[in-house]
Design a protein around this ligand. Structure first.
Ligand SMILES: Nc1nc2c(ncn2[C@@H]2O[C@H](COP(=O)(O)OP(=O)(O)OP(=O)(O)O)[C@@H](O)[C@H]2O)c(=O)[nH]1
Ligand SMILES: [Mg+2]
Length: 301
């Protein structure tokens, strides 16, 4: 260890975000950190941020994408474990330029055996541009050691799956799924179901949770206009349901003994999730609620 090595920033889990200007690099990073869309100004040079997930620290190197900053990407490759290349999938007019810039970093990635993860971003603006088209236009079939994911840093589409992939490439570890509940579902204040997430994401089970006899209990609960109140009831078949009403939403969580955690831990988790949804004021945006609950269930919040 050199005398001044302690002054060096830890670069153990360094991820380099590259891609053309305006592709959404900074927006993706802040979404991963905060679980919501944040507007950014263009990055001048580079921005460094840090995030800790399940005890593992990740250093994000958010590189400016404007042409005069692109040289800097190469200088940051040394101790990088994963390079993320962001493409604005709605901006097909710039695909050629984006392909050219990607082509410049590929030889270094190959030489240093750095894994490449491509984020096809702004899916909300161009859902019709599919991955097949991108793979063809960028001639990705010719390169090895890469993965591609479709995301939107505006709506959160695909962000949880993308992060799970990113995290495993970067740290070699798998994100532990939350075990606070067998299922979590969110309803609007009138009791209309918005989203459901369950441990195994078993569709039949999810359907049962959303539409079963349980829904009538929610609907009844929805009529009691007492905000921030909660009830518990036991179902012989399923387990214990905890229902909580926040200012604008109703959340329900299914607790089972075989989760092997005390029921009050699950209750607290539901409260935390509902607080999060209320703070972000997403109650009118069904899709966003669904992404946030998914993110919560993956322990990313
Ligand atoms: N609709 C939509 N807009 C997005 C999305 N992601 C980013 N944006 C917008 O695209 C613009 C550019 O986003 P940035 O994150 O600043 O892009 P960048 O890649 O960091 O740009 P540079 O820092 O200049 O390299 C901003 O106005 C964002 O709000 C998305 O998924 N959907
Ligand atoms: Mg930026």
């Amino acid at each position: 260890m050199g005398l001044f090595s302690f002054l060096k920033r830890s670069t153990k889990n360094k991820a380099l975000f590259t891609g053309l200007d305006h592709s959404g690099k900074s927006t993706i990073i802040s979404f991963l950190q905060e679980g919501r869309f944040v507007e950014h100004v263009p990055t001048m040079g580079k921005d460094l941020t840090e995030m800790e997930v399940q005890g593992v620290r990740i250093n994000f190197f958010d590189m400016g994408g404007q042409s005069h900053f692109r040289q800097m990407w190469l200088g940051e490759m040394d101790d990088t474990k994963c390079v993320v290349y962001v493409i604005d999938k709605s901006d097909t007019a710039r695909f050629k330029e984006a392909k050219q810039e990607l082509g410049k970093i590929l030889p270094i990635l190959k030489k240093k055996q750095i894994k490449l993860l491509i984020f096809a971003n702004k899916h909300d603006l161009a859902p019709e541009v599919d991955l097949g088209q991108i793979i063809t236009e960028f001639e990705l079939a010719n390169i090895s050691n890469f993965e591609i994911v479709e995301v939107s840093a505006k709506t959160g589409y695909g962000m949880t799956d993308a992060f799970v992939k990113f995290y495993s490439i970067l740290t070699g570890q798998i994100i532990r799924k939350s075990v606070v509940a067998s299922a979590i579902s969110i309803y609007n204040e009138g009791g209309v179901p918005l989203t459901v997430q369950s441990g195994g994401d078993d569709e039949e089970f999810n359907k049962k949770i959303l539409e079963g006899g349980f829904l009538s209990a929610i609907t009844a609960f929805a009529k009691t206009k007492i905000k921030n109140s909660s009830v518990k009831f036991e179902s012989q078949d399923d387990g214990t349901y905890i229902i909580l009403r926040s200012d604008n939403l109703i959340g329900a969580l299914l607790w089972k003994e075989d989760l092997q955690i005390p029921i009050n831990v699950s209750e607290e988790a539901l409260k935390e999730l509902m607080d999060h949804l209320e703070t972000l004021q997403v109650h009118k945006h069904e899709e966003e609620i669904s992404h946030l609950v998914q993110q919560y269930c993956t322990n990313l919040m």
